[in-house]
Design a protein around this ligand. Structure first.
Ligand code: BES
Ligand code: MN
Ligand code: ZN
Length: 497
């Protein structure tokens, strides 16, 4: 898709369809009224005649006899005063799906006099939402289908603007990078477990590194992990014939190559059967999504490289397949982690924390400015927050608050759960230093308690994305690309301008 910013009057453009906002009361925006006047009130007459609704998300396509345009697309934005980022996003989704059903090739819009009640940067925000919605509507995971999705006719969008075309341009570039990162994350997530194995994630990381001079990659295999003393990581990986991999990606974008890096750690369980503590059958196919933490890290990194962001970033992907086998760990097994802490494996299905804990210890050598791990860690997180928000917990309020703010800003929300000391005793073990599960309650918190034992030497937060990373079941099943928007905003807030 080609996106442009233009300071030219929208009526002199060369698009074949003009998109105008319409509010609930049938009112056009100031610019729309101006255009309407220039067209002898033909738009308002049609709105009145056909009682066209401006309810949020309603779209109406009208034929038009203007010099340059054959059609007008009225986009319902609901009540003008109540227009928020969320309701605007909803409207852009129907804009994108309506356009996709037509043969429109070039779309022109000017939303520069639309203001969103909860945004200080309405112009950038509206541009970004349109780009994201169009890209999202064109996303298809059809590489395993004989019949491919039909491509949209649309190939050009021009954002007309009164004066801030540099702002519009910057917003287009950022939204395109974000979309590219999200698509990458979705592709990796949707990829079946027989293709997307630990070595596949390592190969994809190497491909990404080839595309960027500032990015280098190193892959540690199971043998090397064993030598490093990562007994917990290896206890998961050894149950599978696929070798476990720790992928280490280093992006040096800051002016000072020695500036302390930020670190993202992703859970990359390419399939989670539960191991010997086998999961029940229904929905087990969705455990191919158990590497969405790692996938969101790679998607974010892709966006960072595309934007050439000025930040030092280390990405660590903890990749393994959790299988039951003669080599698999058993409940009651005790392993020694890289940190020296011993763990009694009470349930082999609590494997995410086992691969993450050693990876979090590995992160120490980078003397990081912050560490954020991202994981589809607990079913309990879905019970607590559903798909509205990822859960965040950690040992540092600055990191937690920056993540919460980044998510709010991106419309990719996170919500903090308490990581109080009261919960820590749930992971006491009679035979080892700790065990890998807590009791009945607060499953997401006790999982974070476990991780907290390995993150004492740096500012750290954990994102549980079990409810947000993919849409479960049914026809709409698929990876969402979350929390790439949150993570990208977070890192850009740490990058130099
Ligand atoms: N990957 C799962 C968590 C999960 C389950 C995410 C379903 C999304 C949907 C994780 O490895 C797991 O199995 N967690 C267990 C932990 C339990 C054994 C303490 C869980 O949540 O049931
Ligand atoms: Mn599991
Ligand atoms: Zn898992």
């Amino acid at each position: 898709m080609n996106y442009h910013a233009s300071k030219e009057n929208i009526l002199n453009g060369t698009s074949d369809c003009l998109c105008l906002p319409l509010f609930t009361d049938g009112k056009l925006c100031p610019l729309g009224s101006q255009i309407d006047k220039q067209l002898d009130n033909s738009i308002s007459k049609l709105i009145e005649k056909f009682k066209i609704s401006g309810d949020s998300g309603k779209t109406t396509l009208l034929p038009l006899d203007a010099k340059n345009f054959q059609r007008i697309l009225l986009l319902g934005l609901g009540e003008q005063e109540k227009l928020s980022k969320a309701s605007f996003r909803k409207a852009t989704k129907s804009l994108a799906s309506t356009v996709k059903e037509t043969n429109i090739q070039k779309l022109a819009l000017n939303f520069s006099n639309i203001s969103l009640s909860d945004s200080k940067h309405s112009v950038s925000e509206t541009v970004s939402e349109v780009v994201l919605a169009i890209e999202e509507s064109n996303y298809a995971f059809d590489q395993f289908k004989s019949k491919k999705a039909t491509a949209s006719s649309l190939n050009e969008i021009t954002f007309h603007t009164d004066n801030n075309d540099t702002e519009v341009e910057a917003s287009i570039i950022k939204a395109q990078a974000l979309s590219a990162g999200m698509s990458f994350t979705k592709d990796l997530g949707n990829m079946p477990g027989n293709v997307c194995t630990p070595i596949y994630l390592a190969d994809q990381s190497e491909e990404l590194a080839k595309s960027c001079d500032k990015l280098s990659v190193k892959v540690l295999d199971e043998e090397e992990l064993d030598k490093l003393g990562m007994g917990a990581f290896v206890s998961v990986a050894k149950g599978s014939i696929e070798s476990g991999k720790l992928v280490v990606l280093e992006y040096k974008g800051a002016d000072d190559a020695n500036e302390a890096p930020h670190i993202l750690v992703g859970k990359g369980i390419t399939f989670d059967t539960g191991g010997i503590s086998l999961k029940p059958g229904p929905l087990m196919d969705e455990m191919k999504y158990d590497m969405c933490g790692a996938a969101s890290v790679l998607g974010t990194l892709k966006a960072i490289t595309q934007l050439d962001a000025k930040i030092n970033l280390v990405c660590l992907l903890a990749c393994a397949e959790n299988m039951p086998s003669a080599n698999a760990s058993k409940p009651g097994d005790i392993v020694t982690t890289m940190s020296g802490i011993t763990v009694e494996i009470m349930n082999t299905d609590a494997e995410g924390r086992l691969v993450l804990c050693d990876t979090l210890s590995y992160a120490e050598q980078f003397k990081p400015a912050s560490v954020v791990d991202i994981a589809t860690l607990t079913g309990a997180c879905i019970v607590a927050l559903g798909d509205a928000a990822s859960a965040v917990m950690g040992n540092n309020d600055d990191v937690i608050n920056a993540l919460l703010a980044a998510g709010q800003e991106a419309g990719d929300k996170a919500w903090q759960l308490p990581l109080w000391d009261e919960y820590q005793e749930q992971i006491d073990s009679p035979f080892a230093d700790i065990q890998n599960i807590g009791g009945k309650g607060a499953g997401s918190i006790t999982a974070a308690c476990f991780l907290s034992r390995f993150t004492k030497s740096y500012p750290w937060a954990h994102l549980d994305i079990a409810g947000t990373a993919w849409v479960s079941g049914g026809k709409n099943k698929g990876a969402t690309g979350r929390p790439v928007p949150l993570l990208l905003n977070y890192l850009l807030s740490k990058a130099s301008k």
